[in-house]
Write a protein that binds this ligand. Structure first.
Ligand SMILES: [Zn+2]
Length: 322
């Protein structure tokens, strides 16, 4: 049997995307189904299994698929079970890997979306050949995938690398959705960027285009557009975000000695305003043995396909079920 493909499945709260991906990372065919509207997880998986089989048969790929990779929230990579995912419509635990394997007959692995993004970058993106890097996903939350010695750092249950929820002194007075204060996520997520802008606007009387944006419309994208247009305060918001990320990465360096930090996600669209401060902060705060060697860049995977490519790359790594 010649292995030519993997299948990536990206489970979102509203829709599930799936794609047949060749080993070079090209999406050969794709499909989707609603995640909602199924009475239970078993009937959802039945519909998903039919879609997977449809993709395989329609593209003459039977017997040529290495495996299915699923990117999903709160996925326990070790057991293949989804635990406590608040944005999925069924009660946890959901033994998704077992259900999908039974429905399709294809070997299946699962990981959370931030880990999938890191493996996707290593398999198909700019980190090809890089054996030590940290991928930070800056979106609604802050996720991280840590690649160490060529392997995805997984931990006992697959939850290693929740770097968005480390305590960070700049954020000590910011509350996080996890119920604690001071998480890095509260400054470096999309909501964190908005909170920084709100605080700067309140602390300052300088004119800024951000003052003309009605409060409900003040989001990270709008702040990014203001920065693109040259608004000084908007640029300072991202400069602050970059400085926070750099300080945090100076600490992360001590754990895995990475060659690179790669940014991904909606907030990373404003990377040009964050990277100089981020690099400066890493060099200023990292222990001397880590200085002048950590490259900071932005993911090369296209935003729209990164999640599905990340999921499709998972069968290439050594993810084992217990
Ligand atoms: Zn938190």
């Amino acid at each position: 049997m010649q292995i030519k493909y993997t299948i990536g499945v990206d489970v979102g709260g509203t829709n599930t995307q799936l794609a047949l991906v060749d080993i070079a990372g090209r999406i050969v065919a794709r499909d989707y189904l609603p995640t909602t509207g199924h009475p239970d997880a078993a009937s959802y998986v039945k519909a998903l299994g039919a879609k997977v089989t449809g993709l395989v048969e329609a593209n003459g790929a039977r017997g040529q698929v290495k495996g299915i990779g699923i990117g999903a929230p709160c996925a326990n990579a070790a057991s293949g079970v989804i635990e406590g995912a608040t944005n999925l419509p069924w009660p946890s635990p959901i033994p998704l890997v077992d259900l999908v394997e039974k429905a399709t007959g294809i070997s299946t692995v699962i990981s959370n979306d931030a880990n999938a993004a890191a493996v996707g970058e290593m398999t198909y993106g700019s980190a090809r050949g890089c054996r030590n890097f940290i991928m930070l996903t800056l979106g609604t939350g802050v996720g991280a995938g840590v690649i160490c010695d060529g392997h995805l750092l997984s931990g006992s249950r697959g939850f290693a690398g929740e770097l968005g929820h480390i305590f960070f002194h700049f954020a000590a007075d910011r509350s996080c959705e996890c119920g604690r204060y001071g998480c890095l996520q509260t400054v470096a997520s999309a909501g964190g960027v908005v909170e920084t802008a709100r605080r700067m606007l309140a602390a300052d009387v300088r004119p800024s285009a951000l003052r003309d944006i009605p409060a409900p419309e003040l989001n990270a994208r709008a702040i990014g557009e203001a920065a693109d247009a040259g608004d000084r305060m908007a640029i300072e918001v991202f400069d602050f975000t970059g400085r926070c990320l750099g300080e945090a990465c100076a600490t992360f360096a001590a754990f895995t000695d990475p060659d690179a930090v790669i940014l991904f996600g909606g907030v990373a669209r404003a990377a040009r305003f964050m990277l100089p401060a981020m690099r400066e902060a890493i060099e200023k705060h990292a222990l001397h043995i880590y200085r002048n060697r950590i490259k900071v860049s932005v993911s090369s995977l296209p935003d729209s396909d990164a999640a599905i490519l990340g999921a499709a790359s998972l069968p290439f790594i050594n993810t084992t079920k217990s």
